[in-house]
Design a protein around this ligand. Structure first.
Ligand code: SAM
Length: 331
């Protein structure tokens, strides 16, 4: 695939295909299908099922002997997977983080594996999930509402410094300290329980930016990343993915945040290229690559997709192939 940048044309299963369901627009669909290079009797895992846009595309390319393993942290995504594909003998479904895929017996010798990171449109659209500053709901933000602390619970006890660090690190929020101070002052008066309360509070502290985005955009993103341990899951998930792929198998990861993309990029580079020679590590001469970057670096949406799906603006896809034990491409 290196060099042959993939085009986003109407492919089977893509919403541009009139036979596909219209509601959800999977990002970089054609590029993901090309990157995974789906073969009829292959074994694939979609670690972030969401509403199944990419999974549907993989299934349409699989023959009766193929397998597709589906995961998602979100019980509503899993319920949708059961409704749509529960009756398909080629499909297995498991609820949980892709960080735990190593413990799934069936997730072995994979031909391809996809992580399409971040939140799904339904998570953002349903006020009760508490992800959106634009829709009032309980301040939750958990992809798995039965695991870990909600955003409200965390904001009720986290100290000011920790809140500021999260806003700065995951949201690059320049007003992180002022917002953290404001949160701690407000919670002494009343619990912060609703998304609108937090959005209004941040709006009263941070002026609207030149780009007219809501002042709470960066803070909500940062709190969501923290609450769901998104970067730690990604690091663990990438290691598990590499172990689960067979030589020749493809790893495709779509990121929406620069910190995520940096983790993916460095992961691929670490397994593809020997680090520069270093006096203290002479054994590096024996470096055998485990992965090859077959996507030619970052793959982004083309103009047509940018117009059709604004969510694709920040999407970056990277594709790598697992090499054989000698560091060569599998035949
Ligand atoms: C961008 S959506 C995926 C959309 C999907 N590719 C589609 O075409 O419908 C991201 C999904 O990944 C899930 N998710 C995020 N992090 C996860 C993790 N560590 N493990 C499992 N699922 C995760 C979210 O719950 C959400 O449903």
């Amino acid at each position: 695939m290196a060099g042959d940048r993939m085009r986003n044309k109407a492919q089977p299963g893509h919403p541009a295909d009139p036979s596909a369901p219209a509601a959800h627009l999977p990002v970089l669909f054609a590029q993901v299908m090309d990157g995974l290079r789906v073969v009829e009797d292959g074994r694939y895992l979609d670690g972030t099922f969401g509403r199944g846009g990419h999974a549907r595309g993989v299934l349409e390319r699989l023959g009766p002997g193929g397998r597709l393993l589906l995961m998602d942290k979100d019980p509503e995504a899993i319920a949708e997977a059961e409704r749509s594909f529960g009756g398909d003998a080629r499909v297995s479904i498991r609820r949980g983080s892709f960080a735990s895929l190593g413990s799934w017996e069936q997730a072995r010798e994979l031909d391809g594996l996809l992580f399409d990171l971040g939140v799904s449109s339904p998570q953002l659209d349903v006020a009760e999930r508490g992800f959106s500053f634009g829709k009032d709901g309980p301040l939750d933000m958990r992809m798995d509402p039965e695991s870990g602390e909600s955003a409200a619970q965390w904001l009720a006890h986290a100290d000011e410094r920790e809140i500021a660090d999260v806003l700065w690190t995951y949201g690059e929020e320049r007003q992180s300290r002022r917002i953290a101070r404001g949160i701690v002052a407000r919670r002494a008066q009343e619990p912060l329980a609703r998304t609108a309360q937090l959005a209004d509070l941040i709006g009263s502290i941070v002026p609207r930016g030149k780009d007219k985005s809501h002042p709470a955009t960066r803070s909500f993103q940062a709190i969501r990343i923290h609450i769901n341990r998104e970067l730690a899951d990604l690091e663990t998930g990438l290691d598990a993915a590499l172990a689960a792929l067979k030589p020749g198998g493809r790893l495709a990861v779509i990121s929406f945040h620069s910190l995520e993309d940096r983790i993916v990029k460095q992961f691929i580079a670490r397994h593809a290229k020997a680090p520069p020679a270093n006096r203290r590590m002479p054994q590096l001469q024996d470096f055998v690559p485990v992965l090859a970057d077959v996507g030619g670096g970052a793959i982004r949406a083309d103009d047509a997709e940018l117009v059709a799906n604004p969510r694709s603006r920040s999407a970056v896809l990277r594709v790598a192939e697992k090499l054989d034990a000698d560091g060569r491409k599998a035949a």
